[in-house]
Write a protein that binds this ligand. Sequence first.
Ligand SMILES: Cc1cc2nc3c(=O)[nH]c(=O)nc-3n(C[C@H](O)[C@H](O)[C@H](O)COP(=O)(O)OP(=O)(O)OC[C@H]3O[C@@H](n4cnc5c(N)ncnc54)[C@H](O)[C@@H]3O)c2cc1C
Length: 336
Amino acid sequence: MIQTDIIIIGAGPVGLFTVFEAGLLKLTCHLIDSLPQAGGQCSEIYPKKPIYDIPGFPSVLAGELIDNLMAQAAPFKPGFTLGEAAMTIDKTGDNQFIVTTVKGTEHKAPIVMIAGGLGVFEPRKPPISNLTDFEDKGVEYIIKDPEFYRGKRCVIAGGGDSALDWAYFLAEKKIAKEVVLVHRSSSFRGHLDSVQKVIDLSEKGGIKLITEAEVTGIGGNGKLDSVVVTHQKDGEMTLETDHFIPLFGLKPSLGPIGNWGLEIEKNAIKVDTLDYSTNIPGIYAIGDVNTYENKLKLILCGFHEGTLAVQSAFARIHPDKKNILKYTTVNGVQGF
Ligand SMILES: Cc1cc2nc3c(=O)[nH]c(=O)nc-3n(C[C@H](O)[C@H](O)[C@H](O)COP(=O)(O)OP(=O)(O)OC[C@H]3O[C@@H](n4cnc5c(N)ncnc54)[C@H](O)[C@@H]3O)c2cc1C
């Protein structure tokens, strides 16, 4: 049984920064994440994309932000249970919670902070019967490292920002040998600017754009070597390729947390903005996973929420102690 002051479910940016804020109050944290690495969406979906709205960083790669948050949390020696989804939560007689993962690992604490973001990641997949046979053998749903595609032929499908931005990036930087973007409509859902950049590049021959068409079949011998594209007017054509990357977004699903008796609204946990507490005393929800009036799903908002939530957690754990705000410039960072 792992004992700590705060169990944090979700090791995304918000969970990681909360470790730091809890540490300043001398509260220990243990993080649980179903993914094998820390960083949440930043590491899993867009590690190489620059973020421009983190205060004090005019531009920072999402992966770098996570490295920095890990370094900032390190003095407070957080524990990690990675690659295991938190499945159940039980209240104990001594007013604590036990959170058990899918592999049966048990964690005990008086406070639980849910920083579960979008929940358990589930990419939307096109309805191609043998698609799963080629997963990680040429079919990927997320571009983690563009270098993986250096010198390769790539067929990307989708009409949103992710499909447009990656198609443009791989083609314009001449990383991929060939980029084909397939979209079922002639209009795109992405930002106008992204759409225009892709159209301009396709006119110069940098990207092959196939609209009003869908990828309806894939083939290969153990490894993907072709896709079948069905055009609404022109019918089927087969394209040779090394990678097929359908970027249709992620299905938001709270997963097991949705069954914990928490008040849920629009697939997110309702909280009191006083301290980001949920309807169950001792359980808080911070970051993308929560909802309240005027909620913005931004990293900087999650940082604020985690900061206020640990203040409230401190008062619950130490009802007899008064916490006085001390600046880090005055006190420094006294690690454990
Ligand atoms: C392409 C893209 C670009 C973006 N750009 C920006 C930007 O420029 N600026 C900005 O502020 N925001 C941006 N965002 C949004 C930002 O990434 C999120 O607001 C942020 O990641 C939320 O952090 P979080 O820690 O709350 O959740 P997440 O990063 O979603 O992390 C949650 C973690 O919880 C884990 N988890 C969930 N359920 C369980 C469970 N039951 N058991 C164990 N683990 C669980 C998940 O595996 C995940 O690792 C962008 C998002 C995307 C997709």
